[in-house]
Ligand binder design. Structure first.
Ligand code: NAG
Ligand code: NAG
Length: 352
């Protein structure tokens, strides 16, 4: 009797300790998944505002950088949409002389949470297209403008084609990132494309898709490697990408990219790019049925980040896309001057 009594008393205590431990662990785990508050530009705790900015109707600011000829004199007006882990300064695809000789004005902006643009906690696949439209209106770019996006910025051009097609003079997607969970992609193609990614990258994308509330923890924890483009800089094993490294934006241009915090820049970007989309790009209709504009998509056939097999499928589903596959090119081919000139001239139907 006594033994049993002792045992049950002991096990009662043990259960209590276990419970306390478990609650503590959960509290710790919850804390670890919560990102710290962002350091908003222009607030006492945040970095200073150095770039010109427009104020959007919901009070957020977008920082921008203009180049080429002044917009009042420009023949063509472009809005450049930067990729993952970059900012407005990374639109240096063409030298100023080329922009001037072609009569081009380009404005590049920090996407929400990057550089000096306020984060958008309510960001969606659609909201960024509306931000772009508002930026164009605040800058007085007129009824129509061109959009050009690289990588994750190329993916955002799909949103522009969906939500603001009536504002576009034309659109160029350079190596646009594919979301493996778009509903129109055949399952076997997605599985095959996904399998070409690095093992830890696959986990980062799965977390962004299935457990976005864990994205901050996953990409900052030290137990396992996280997304390779976050931890080691762009993963670019393709031969041509290695040759182009000297043309990539330097360290001084990287400094402002994540200055407001990794969550509002990188992690929210991942959650949106690989989350659940409200539409599927492969089901878009032709924005220019009367050929009043053109959509061009450029893809390298040795791109290690965006599987070429999947891009081919997307392009083939949309016969109104002008698809350009660049032989031997990786992900960063637009950072060659000759290539970016060809890309811009194709959009403007200017003979080389
Ligand atoms: C986000 O949405 C909530 C609810 O609609 C709103 O109260 C808040 O002001 C929004 N935040 C921003 C930065 O727009
Ligand atoms: C996926 O399945 C379709 C139809 O069964 C087939 O035509 C296609 O080649 C497959 N694709 C891949 C990448 O296995």
């Amino acid at each position: 009797m006594l033994d049993i009594y002792k045992k049950s008393k002991f096990s009662g205590l043990f259960k209590k300790l276990l419970l306390v431990g478990l609650v503590g662990l959960l509290a710790w785990a919850y804390q670890a998944t919560r990102p710290p508050p962002p350091k908003i530009c222009g607030t006492p705790d945040g970095p200073p505002v150095t770039a010109p900015r427009v104020k959007l109707s919901d009070g957020r600011h977008l920082a921008y950088k203009e180049s080429g000829v002044p917009k009042e004199q420009a023949k063509y007006k472009f809005i450049f949409v930067h990729g993952f882990d970059s900012c407005r300064l990374h639109a240096n695809l063409l030298p100023v002389e080329t922009l001037e000789s072609l009569g081009i004005y380009i404005v590049s902006f920090d996407r929400p949470g990057y550089g000096e643009s306020d984060p958008n906690p309510n960001r969606t696949v659609k909201s960024i297209a509306l931000d772009i439209e508002e930026l164009a209106d605040k800058l007085g770019l007129g009824d129509k403008f061109y959009v050009i996006g690289f990588s994750m910025g190329g993916q955002i051009v799909w949103s522009c084609l969906k939500y603001i097609p009536h504002r576009l003079a034309g659109a160029t997607l350079i190596a646009p990132v594919i979301n493996y969970w778009w509903s129109g992609l055949p399952a076997n193609l997605s599985t095959e494309g996904f399998s070409t990614q690095l093992p830890w990258d696959k986990w980062s994308l799965r977390v962004a898709h299935y457990a976005p509330w864990l994205t901050y923890w996953w990409n900052t924890q030290k137990l396992f490697p996280s997304l390779s483009v976050i931890s080691q800089g762009p993963e670019m094993p393709s031969r041509q990408d290695k040759e182009l490294i000297p043309n990539f934006p330097g360290k001084e241009w990287m400094a402002p990219v994540r200055q407001q915090g990794e969550f509002e820049s990188l992690h929210r970007d991942l959650n949106i790019a690989f989350g659940k989309w409200e539409f599927d790009p492969t089901e878009l209709t032709n924005p220019f049925p009367n050929k009043e504009g053109a959509v061009h998509l450029w893809q390298g056939d040795e791109d290690k980040l965006v599987p070429v097999t999947m891009q081919r499928y997307v392009a083939q589903k949309l016969p109104w896309i002008n698809y350009h596959e660049v032989p031997g090119a990786g992900h960063m081919f637009a950072y060659s001057e000759a290539m970016s000139e060809a890309i811009i001239k194709a959009q403007l139907s200017i003979e080389n």
